[in-house]
Design a protein around this ligand. Structure first.
Ligand SMILES: [Zn+2]
Length: 280
């Protein structure tokens, strides 16, 4: 289906329906301080060690997750620009970040999902059903290893550009993992990625979206906002960027929702206010 997308998405306050702690104390931090681990000068948190600076360590939210999150970062992703660090700083007990090609060995027995729109990707609801069936027909050993009532114990995310992620995904170590695809959510990420569709989320947005869907699927009740604080730094930085630049002039917000291969090449040659896109 061919549709024309005008850029009429409501961007003024995309976080207004979320339950995120007050972040005004971040504005009061005038100076940079040194990271308690590596001693490098940092403003809010260390994006290499994933710890907050001393001044705010008791003030930022601590988010508990119902499963473990692994983030695989491309070696060329610049630490200071990646939003993976937000997830690790705000949910320190449940998040690990690895730099590709140093990744853990996953086995198909471990109930791990890879969040990536691969060829055989299924929805989260279908993945949960699949794991439940496997568990019901599985041995007692699987049951004793269960960490919670959930059948998915770990979710793996790839933090890289859209093009880099397609290279990482071919790594044989990921071949046994069930790929899940998230429902489309419009990205609020302000970094422009050449050729990436607008649904290609910043890592912290993808983790948050995954957890919201996971909560709904797992508990069969409406989501109550318990993971929204993962966007604590993201909302703060979004609002700072939008004070500096008018959002209509930020290229990242002119990305269409969907892109086919031909359109990606075309898009590299032309930037226009509204774009013809293929919705398939
Ligand atoms: Zn550090």
């Amino acid at each position: 289906m061919l549709v024309v997308m005008e850029n009429n998405v409501e961007d003024s306050d995309p976080f207004k329906h979320l339950i995120i702690d007050n972040d005004s104390f971040l504005n009061k931090l005038d100076d940079r301080s040194s990271c308690p681990i590596c001693n490098k000068s940092r403003k809010y948190f260390c994006y290499s060690c994933y710890v907050p600076v001393k001044e705010i360590e008791d003030k930022i939210p601590n988010v508990k997750l119902p499963l473990k999150i692994d983030i695989i970062k491309h070696a060329r992703e610049i630490d200071g620009k990646s939003t993976s660090s937000h997830v690790a700083v705000l949910a320190p007990d449940d998040v690990n970040i690895y730099t590709y090609p140093c990744v853990p060995e996953y086995s198909s027995e471990e109930n791990v999902v890879l969040v990536f729109p691969g060829k055989n990707a299924v929805s989260l609801a279908d993945a949960v059903l699949e794991f439940k069936r496997r568990k019901d027909s599985g041995s007692g050993e699987n049951r004793t290893r269960e960490e919670s009532t959930s059948v998915i114990h770990r979710a793996v995310f790839i933090d890289s550009t859209w093009n880099q992620s397609r290279g990482i995904i071919k790594d044989p170590r990921f071949k046994d993992l069930r790929c899940v695809v998230l429902e489309n959510r419009i990205s609020q990420f302000w970094r422009h990625q050449e050729g990436s569709p607008r649904w290609y989320l910043a890592t912290v947005e993808a983790v948050h979206e995954f957890l919201v869907e996971f909560y709904r699927v797992n508990n069969q009740i409406e989501y109550d906002g318990r993971f929204d604080n993962l966007l604590f730094f993201f909302r703060f930085m979004y609002s700072k960027i939008h004070v500096l630049y008018d959002s209509s002039s930020l290229r990242a917000y002119k990305r269409p929702m969907f892109l086919s291969g031909i359109q990606k090449r075309k898009k590299n040659k032309q930037e226009s206010e509204s774009e013809t896109i293929r919705n398939d």
